[in-house]
Design a binder for this molecule. Structure first.
Ligand SMILES: [Zn+2]
Length: 282
């Protein structure tokens, strides 16, 4: 299977679906991460914190945009290697992408056509009517690009249509465990990342320039992936909303559902002490 992620910023791929990608990489799947912006301005902790010191290191405070971006790309490429992301494509737009831009849609469509992914992972567009948020804008761009690639015609575009079979949305902040709460708005699919949680932590540790390493990596995974894990009935999970309906020949029941013991479920998903197993370097 070919998976393509489409996100606004370099670290988004890791924080949202890094564990899922690691599991698919281990299973032999082909993964491409498409990142719309260079991320040079978002979470510039390394540089801003240095300015606050009485005697700042001028080699850090003197970094221009090119150096900031190069450092972020180095962090991204080390994280990608840890997770098994085979290919990283950075479109290097400025971080301030707040609207859907036609030329960027066309570029995304070209990348989707070149990569031919079976599935795409991107952020849930929290407010597509009033985007302003770069994550929403990135997903609206991704959906438009996938739509554009879906109607390519050999006669007109020099390439045939691309059939993306499913789109999985991340970052929907809803933790309901059934269909009736929250009027049905919920994550409807979880991936158990317990076996690869150490690699997700190690990948987040790469993003030291934006303060994502150390305690923050552990806090985010304990709280976010831990809470998704509670909803999923496992120690750590990543959560998704499926864009398209699924069709099955028979009603599906997962192996996780079959093996769940409702009496001890809360204990089995609370086994791991993340910070003792993966201590922070700082
Ligand atoms: Zn982001």
């Amino acid at each position: 299977m070919k998976i393509m992620t489409i996100y606004a910023h370099p670290a988004d791929t890791v924080t949202n679906c890094g564990g899922t990608l690691a599991r698919h990489a281990d299973d032999g799947d082909d993964i491409t991460a498409l990142i719309l912006t260079h991320g040079g301005r978002i979470h510039p902790n390394r540089y801003a914190e240095e300015w606050r010191k009485d005697d700042p290191d001028r080699t850090i405070t003197g970094s221009g945009l090119a150096e900031v971006i190069t450092n972020k790309k180095d962090e991204l490429s080390r994280a990608a290697e840890i997770l098994g992301i085979g290919k990283v494509i950075t479109l290097d737009r400025d971080d301030a992408v707040h609207t859907v831009q036609d030329d960027l849609v066309e570029e995304v469509a070209r990348q989707v056509a070149a990569e031919q992914p079976d599935v795409v992972i991107c952020d849930y567009p929290l407010n597509p009517a009033q985007s302003a948020n770069p994550h929403t804008a990135a997903t609206m761009t991704a959906l438009a690009g996938i739509g554009r690639a879906g109607i390519y015609l050999e006669n007109l575009d020099g390439r045939s249509e691309v059939n993306v079979k499913q789109i999985f949305f991340t970052s929907l902040p809803v933790f309901a465990t059934e269909a009736l709460s929250s009027n049905g708005v919920r994550n409807d699919l979880f991936i158990d990342i317990t076996d690869v949680v150490g690699r997700k932590i190690a990948a987040m540790d790469c993003f030291a320039s934006q303060g994502y390493d150390g305690n923050f990596a552990r806090k985010l995974i304990e709280s976010n992936n831990g809470e998704f894990g509670r909803a999923a009935g496992v120690n750590f999970a990543e959560a998704y909303v499926r864009h398209y309906n699924e069709t099955h020949a028979l009603l599906p029941v997962t192996s996780y559902a079959e093996s769940t013991d409702v009496l001890t479920r809360h204990l089995s998903y609370s086994r791991i002490d993340l910070r003792s197993e993966h201590p922070a370097a700082r």
